[in-house]
Design a protein around this ligand. Structure first.
Ligand code: HMG
Ligand code: MG
Length: 287
C-alpha cells in the first residue's frame, strides 16, 4: 500500500490574492468547481481580510456562495480577526485559518501589528470557533527567511507554531513565504518545530520563487511531513511580502510525489485542466 500525502489546494486564495486584474467572481467559482472535481479534500477558496488591503479577495462571500460544494471537500477561508471570522461563518466556510508570522517585520507589514498582538487577536476567533464546532488551521510565515528581518531563527518558528497549536489549531502550516528556503534551512527549521509540535500536525507551504520548493518538500518528507500546500498553475504570492512569487505548482508536487511512490488521490488530467484554466485567468483571458 503506497503511503498517502495530502496536497491542500491554495490557488483560489493564495494563488489569486496577488493578481492585479480584478478577476470576475464567476471565473473564481469556475476554478473552484474544477478543483473540487480533481480529488482534493481541502481547498482554500476565500480570505476575509480588509478589502483595502487585498481588493482581490473582496468577493469571498460571493465565491463561497456560488461554488458547487462537493461532499467530502472542505472549503476554507483566512480570517485575521473577529470581523473576518464572522464573515467567514456567515458565508459558510467549512474551516477557517489564522495566520501569524515568525518575523516581526512581516507581522507588521502583513497584519499591521506585532506577533504577540496578532496572537491575542486570534484568541477570540479560537473561542468562537470552538463554540461553533469549526476547525481552525494556523499558518506561520517566513519560516526560514524574511525580506524585512533576514534569516529566521528556527526556535522562533517553533515558538509561534507551538503557540498556535496550544491555542487549538488542528494543523500548523509552515510558510516559506518568499521562496528563499533551502533543503538545509527547511530541515533545521523542521527539526526545531517537530520538538514542539508533532509532524502529523504540521504542513509545508513553500513558495517556489527560488525554484527549490520541490527539493524542500523532499527534505520535509524526510522529517515526517505528509501535508503540503500548493496552487495549480503555480499561481500566487503575498502582496505584503516583497518578491513573493508563485506557490509551488500542484501539478509538479503531485508528479514528484507519484514518482517518489506516494499516493495523493488526485486526478492528473483534471488537475492539468484546472492548472490550464488558472493560468488563463492569470493571463486575463476570458475564462
Ligand atoms: P488595520 O488597518 O490595522 O485594521 O488592518 P483596522 O482594524 O484598523 O481596520 C481598518 C479597516 O479595515 C476598517 O475599515 C475595518 O472595518 C476594516 P474602515 O473603518 O477603514 O472602513 N477591516 C476589515 N474589513 C473586512 N474584513 C476584515 C476586516 N478587518 C478590518 N476582516 C488587518 C489589520 C488585519 C485587517 C489588515 O492588516 C489585513 O487585512 N491584513 C491581511 C493581509 C493579507 O491578507 N495578506 C495575505 C494573506 S497572508 C499570506 O498570504 C501568507 C500565507 O499564504 C502563508 C505564507 O505564504 O507564508 C498564509
Ligand atoms: Mg502563501
Amino acid at each position: 500500500m503506497p503511503e498517502t500525502v495530502e496536497i491542500f489546494e491554495m490557488a483560489p486564495r493564495d494563488g489569486l490574492q496577488n493578481e492585479k486584474r480584478l478577476i470576475p467572481t464567476a471565473e473564481k467559482i469556475a476554478l473552484v468547481d474544477m478543483l473540487s472535481a480533481a480529488g482534493f479534500r481541502r481547498i482554500e477558496v476565500a480570505s476575509f481580510v480588509s478589502p483595502k488591503w487585498v481588493p482581490q479577495m473582496a468577493d469571498s462571500a460571493e465565491v463561497l456562495g456560488g461554488i458547487a460544494r462537493r461532499p467530502g471537500v472542505r472549503y476554507t477561508a483566512l480570517t485575521p480577526n473577529m470581523k473576518g471570522y464572522e464573515a467567514a461563518r456567515a458565508a459558510r466556510a467549512d474551516e477557517v485559518a489564522i495566520f501569524a508570522s515568525a518575523s516581526e517585520g512581516f507581522s507588521q507589514a502583513n497584519l499591521n501589528c506585532s506577533i504577540s498582538e496578532s496572537l491575542a487577536r486570534f484568541e477570540p476567533i479560537m473561542e468562537a470557533a470552538r463554540a461553533d464546532n469549526l476547525q481552525v488551521r494556523g499558518y506561520v510565515s517566513m519560516v526560514t527567511d524574511c525580506p524585512f528581518d533576514g534569516p529566521t531563527p528556527p526556535g522562533k518558528v517553533a515558538e509561534v507554531a507551538a503557540k498556535l497549536r496550544e491555542m487549538g489549531c488542528y494543523e500548523v502550516s509552515l510558510g516559506d513565504t518568499v521562496g528563499r528556503a533551502t533543503p538545509e534551512s527547511i530541515t533545521a527549521m523542521l527539526r526545531a518545530v517537530c520538538d514542539a509540535v508533532p509532524a502529523d500536525a504540521l504542513a509545508g507551504h513553500y513558495h517556489d520563487t527560488g525554484g527549490r520548493a520541490l527539493e524542500n518538500i523532499e527534505a520535509s518528507l524526510a522529517q515526517g511531513i505528509r501535508v503540503f500546500d500548493a496552487a495549480v498553475g503555480g499561481l500566487g504570492g503575498c502582496p505584503y511580502a516583497p518578491g513573493a512569487a508563485g506557490n509551488v505548482a500542484t501539478e509538479a508536487v503531485a508528479a514528484r510525489l507519484a514518482a517518489l511512490g506516494y499516493e495523493t488521490g488526485l486526478d492528473a488530467e483534471r488537475l492539468a485542466a484546472a492548472g490550464a484554466f488558472a493560468r488563463k485567468i492569470r493571463e486575463g483571458a476570458d475564462g
